[in-house]
Design a protein around this ligand. Structure first.
Ligand code: ACO
Length: 430
């Protein structure tokens, strides 16, 4: 399609809809004059056919199973980069030079501490609190310490708040975990790299030396990269939506975390493990019964970790993770009966007409939980790990939104189906 776009005929009237040419992937039609000129809005549940923005960050080809960030295929980034390198790429548009990377790493180390007063926030949660609730609350709470960086139109403030969020997120996440265990918080250490520092804060105790296993650090690095960004998914769209009101970065990201928590989005990694454990442990639950329940339209059970709004092919992240799961298990734990259950379930689904006809394939969450488990993380931390990984994507999208001259406050329309004006009946007559 070129800039001439298309012409829409509505009764006697016609309206030209200008085209927007994509560099690759779906071209767009600009429908912004449809309502002002014709009083008609578009109806698109779940925004499945709506481009809410133009973007230069991430490209997903759902049919080919392709994912690139700033033009680089995810496979190459996962193979060759550190998570902070990818975060820099998403935020600034190019891979860092050696010097830029050193400065970037140093800034992450410098800002990793939380204000001591923040500890009271963690203390106030009940021990059983889900760490995702703590994570989003604490992310919102740290905004109160940085009011000077709240102006989204000030470039320096944006960078300062972005650096602080990225630097402090592993500390917040590890404190959320320590809260649930009752063990003392472990402070960040500036001699450790980003991922190692996080693992140290998670698993060390003040009473003994703790050495981070490089195999575990390397695996977690890959996992975080695989979660780093994914276009206009539910949580990223939420971050942009909230940010469009000029809410600060901390508040916008906290909202995105809440969107991520749902089991149809990032919460699926926890739900997958619960589903696989159920099949492994309950004699009445089998792969066959799980498949049958997922196909039954009267049952709200879904095969967790399967299906995707964009991918109608194997999710490239799941492809990497499937291979990686074997590798990681070999190196750190030896075996996990849930991997076998997952492989059986995948095989059964991929050979079932219901799933193949709907193009339902494993998504990133199908195998990630098995690896997180092998690395020693408790199930309730899985979505938190997803959030740490997705943070650079949220920030890059929020930044891109604030810099885009087309940005307006997000404010969709509706098609009203309720009562038209009714005569009011006073209380004593009802
Ligand atoms: N199990 C069983 N059936 C499914 C599944 C599933 N996991 N996913 C989709 N379907 C079916 C739907 O029932 C629907 O069938 P129908 O055409 O007969 O009505 C069809 O496939 C299309 O599904 P939709 O729900 O319309 O697809 P949508 O794009 O709205 O939803 C979603 C995508 C939410 C990911 C969905 O596939 C799902 O619920 N998957 C399970 C949860 C999950 O793994 N979420 C993680 C997604 S990846 C991520 O967020 C990181």
């Amino acid at each position: 399609m070129d800039e001439r776009g298309a012409t829409l005929q509505i009764g006697e009237n016609s309206l030209d809809l200008p085209g927007i040419k994509a560099n690759v992937g779906n071209d767009g039609l600009n429908i912004s004059k449809l309502r002002p000129n014709h009083g008609i809005v578009t109806y698109d549940p779940g925004f499945a056919n709506t481009a809410s923005t133009r973007s230069t960050i991430t490209y997903v080809d759902g049919n080919a199973g392709l994912l690139t960030h700033r033009g680089y295929p995810i496979e190459e980034l996962a193979n060759s980069c550190s998570f902070l390198e990818v975060a820099y790429l998403l935020l600034y548009g190019d891979l860092p030079t050696k010097r830029q990377l050193e400065a970037w790493q140093a800034s992450m180390q410098r800002h990793s501490l939380l204000n001591e007063e923040m500890k009271r926030f963690f203390d106030a949660f009940p021990k059983r609190a889900h760490p995702m609730a703590i994570l989003s609350s604490a992310t919102n709470a740290i905004s109160t310490f940085y009011e000077e960086y709240h102006n989204p139109n000030d470039e320096e403030s944006v960078i300062e708040s972005a650096q602080r969020l990225l630097a402090k997120m592993p500390t917040i996440a590890a404190f959320a975990y320590k809260k649930s265990t009752g063990f003392p918080y472990i402070y960040p250490r500036n001699d450790l790299r980003y991922v190692e520092n996080f693992l140290h804060m998670m698993f060390a105790l003040p009473t003994e030396e703790y050495h981070v296993d490089p195999v575990i650090a390397k695996a977690l690095n890959v996992l975080l990269i695989l979660h780093a960004d994914h276009g206009q998914n539910c949580s990223t769209a939420t971050v942009r939506f909230v940010g469009s009101s000029q809410a600060n970065l901390f508040a916008s990201v906290a909202a995105g975390m809440n969107a991520l928590w749902g089991p149809l989005h990032g919460g699926a990694n926890q739900a997958v493990i619960e589903m696989l454990s159920n099949i492994a442990n309950d004699p009445n639950a089998t792969t066959e019964s799980a498949i049958a329940r997922a196909k039954d339209k009267n049952d709200d059970f879904r095969l967790m970790g399967f299906g995707h709004r964009v991918y109608k092919n194997y999710d490239p992240r799941a492809r990497i993770l499937k291979k990686f799961a074997d590798d990681v298990l070999d190196r750190v734990k030896g075996d996990d009966p849930l991997l076998k259950v997952a492989e059986e379930l995948e095989y059964a689904a991929l050979n079932d007409e219901y799933f193949s006809s709907r193009n339902l394939y494993p998504n990133v969450d199908f195998y990630s939980g098995i690896i997180f488990r092998a690395l020693g993380f408790p199930v309730r931390m899985f979505t938190v790990l997803f959030a740490i990984g997705r943070l650079p994507g949220w920030i890059a999208n929020w930044k891109e939104m604030t810099e885009d001259p087309d940005t307006r406050i997000a404010r969709p329309r509706q098609i009203y189906l309720g009562e038209t004006t009714r005569e009011f009946i006073p209380l004593h007559k009802r």
